[in-house]
Design a protein around this ligand. Structure first.
Ligand SMILES: *Cc1c(COP(=O)(O)O)cnc(C)c1O
Length: 383
């Protein structure tokens, strides 16, 4: 592996710089053109024909993500879901898929409906239980294993290196939704995964104002080229303005993630002491089931996401979310502003999420302000 001279912090801070020196700019331009010139001899040597397939505005963010993930290549998509579903669209009818029981609910729903309708044979297993996973792999000989770690919204941690060994032994592809870990805290490709996926809507952009997604691959092989072709042919691309805004967001990723991780750990440790909180789910807590694996495969922090379970059940959880003043009551995660959500309400009746659970996305506000606001809301809901 080639040695990189700069740390992720420096790469991010200057993300995209010097990519266009024709006009002496240090920030890359936004290319709004929907079409590209042919060469004199009718060729398209630039590789670009029409902007439904590709746009040079994407390249700085794609190169930066590829560098951070130690990937051969990366591509932006219209959304995290567009990126994730491209991976499943690249499979063939009859292909067997193993996916986690605890995962991003909209993707689980897509797999159960469109994934199955398109001929995929999908099995959901507890991927944190390596024995259960080993049995499922032996029985099914999957084409693709999909993991999400930490898994939304119980933050279950799956041992990527252990699953990568199993995948290699049975010839399966391994893809990881690493949205919550960000490219800073976990390197799935270094641990043996083939594909890493991000909802760039979340931490990568970080300001709750761009919908985007990304895939990155360990090798530029036939499967990767198939994913590139799916994006181009289905037009699953972001707008160029969004891609430029995403790059701007990425330049502060390091600072935002560091702050969120520190505050999340602090809030998790404090709330663990609260009499009205029956459980705090956070990979950074020693009491958390997946803590040891998290220590092994996460560096620099345990992420900005945690969930709490309230002694008063669903009613208390909804009441707490209603009584916060600083935390916004909204879905999504990974932005600079902290969000609180009663998760079961959005996931519907077949959710594995307990009714008493609140999901917290810790932003970059003052950690004591965030903690005090939660404590007063819990006290008010209880009184
Ligand atoms: C939000 C999210 C997605 C979907 O991404 P979108 O950009 O909303 O399409 C996928 N996985 C995880 C873990 C997410 O949080």
């Amino acid at each position: 592996m080639t040695k990189r001279p700069f740390s992720p912090q420096s790469l991010l801070a200057q993300g995209g710089s010097h990519s266009d020196n024709e006009n002496g700019v240090i920030i890359p331009p936004v290319y709004t053109s929907t079409t590209y010139l042919r060469d004199d001899d009718n060729q398209y040597r630039s590789g670009r024909v029409y902007s439904r397939a590709d746009n040079p505005t994407y390249r700085p963010a794609e190169k930066l993500l590829a560098e951070l993930e130690n990937a051969a290549d990366a591509r932006l998509f219209a959304s995290g879901m567009a990126a994730a579903t491209a991976v499943f669209q690249a499979l063939k009818p009859g292909d067997k898929v193993i996916a986690p029981k605890v995962m991003y609910w909209a993707l689980r729903k897509w797999l159960q409906t469109f994934g199955v309708d398109s001929g995929l044979d999908v099995r959901f297993v507890d991927t944190t239980n390596l024995n259960e996973l080993r049995d499922a792999i032996a029985e099914r000989q999957p084409t693709l294993i999909w993991l999400e770690t930490p898994g939304n919204p119980l933050w279950t941690v799956t041992d990527i290196a252990a699953v990568a060994d199993m995948a290699r032994n049975c010839g399966s592809l391994l893809a990881i939704d690493s949205t919550v870990a960000t490219p800073l805290l976990t390197k799935p490709l270094d641990l043996g995964a083939d594909i890493v996926m991000h909802s760039a809507t979340k931490y990568l952009n970080g300001h709750s104002d761009v919908i985007s997604g990304a895939l990155a691959a360990r090798e530029d092989n036939a499967f990767w080229q198939r994913l590139v072709a799916i994006r181009a042919q289905s037009g699953a691309v972001p707008g160029p303005q969004d891609a430029a805004q995403l790059l701007r967001g990425m330049r502060t990723l390091f600072l935002r993630v560091r702050e969120s991780c520190q505050s999340a750990l602090y809030i998790a440790e404090q709330l663990e002491q609260h009499p009205q909180v029956i459980e705090v789910l956070y990979p950074g807590l020693k009491s958390f089931v997946g803590h040891e694996i998290a220590v092994k495969q996460m560096q620099g922090g345990f992420g900005g996401m945690l969930s709490i379970r309230l002694a008063g059940g669903e009613k208390a959880a909804i009441a707490v979310a209603a009584k916060t003043q600083l935390w916004h009551r909204a879905t999504s995660l990974g932005g600079v502003e902290s969000l609180i959500e009663h998760r079961a309400s959005i996931e519907g009746p077949d959710t594995p999420v307990p009714l008493d659970l609140l999901r917290l996305s810790v932003g970059i506000e003052n950690a004591d302000d965030l903690l005090n606001d939660l404590q007063q809301a819990i006290d008010l809901a209880h009184s």
